[in-house]
Design a binder for this molecule. Structure first.
Ligand code: C5P
Length: 221
């Protein structure tokens, strides 16, 4: 079975409030996106990589032999994933990953892909450590049982035909924030793969400081 990783890095990073999109800011001397690609390049079960970039971005990927194609993203994350998916034709398994998650480990990538090969759909998740409330207006409505909650991380990996059906005829608005959401709507079960809360998504400036500290403390990925 061939596996293609789709790494989406076409966001403008409006929440980050920087002229440079967050995935191109440097941590420990390298752009965030380069750290991310390194990990997929090192994952034995990843055969090829498709990078999705904004129309005005370029990236030198010559040091990464697995990078097959660079394609242009869309207006939403889901559109960017779909553009990457079109370029991943022929793959049996696709693993979708946020370019802004440079701390994913090779072990997390391998376990998620292995689970998708076995079940058709797999999502890397992390535990919820805070107590989570649902709200109604400006009041607390309910307390959710955190033992039953997980945060959806990436990679999320699927058999290609499952993701193909999930994308069929769907309006890819901002509210589609991950691919599992689309696969859930198909009614296809999605296996969870327990991951680490270290696999943060660089979203706000303080995340960059945290990512730098976590990277410096790593002995290997
Ligand atoms: O929007 P969010 O911060 O959740 O983005 C997650 C990932 O999706 C980032 O790596 C970002 O670059 C990517 N993205 C994209 N195309 C968009 C919006 C986000 O590739 N239109």
């Amino acid at each position: 079975m061939t596996t293609t990783a789709i790494i989406v890095a076409a966001g403008s990073g409006s929440r980050f409030k920087s002229d440079t999109p967050k995935q191109f800011l440097e941590i420990n001397g390298k752009p965030v996106i380069v750290h991310t690609i390194e990990r997929f390049q090192s994952a034995p079960s990843v055969d090829s990589i498709v990078i999705v970039l904004a129309a005005d971005q370029t990236l030198d990927t010559s040091e990464f032999p697995k990078v097959l194609k660079e394609v242009t993203g869309g207006a939403t994350r889901a559109e960017s994933v779909r553009n990457g998916f079109e370029a991943a034709e022929g793959a049996d398994i696709v693993a979708v990953h946020d370019g802004a998650r440079p701390l994913v480990t090779v072990d997390e990538i391998e376990r998620t892909i292995a689970k998708a090969k076995e079940t058709g759909a797999a999502c890397l998740v992390a535990p919820v450590t805070d107590t989570i409330k649902s709200i109604r207006g400006d009041e607390i409505a309910d307390t959710l049982d955190r033992a039953k909650l997980r945060r959806a991380l990436t990679p999320q990996a699927f058999r290609s035909e499952v993701l193909r059906r999930a994308f069929d005829g769907i309006d890819l608005t901002e509210s589609v924030t991950d691919e599992c959401f689309l696969v859930e709507k198909l009614g296809h079960p999605i296996a969870i793969v327990e991951g680490s809360s270290r696999n943060i998504k660089i979203t706000h400036p303080e995340d960059l400081v945290l990512a730098e500290a976590l990277l410096s403390a790593e002995t290997r990925y």
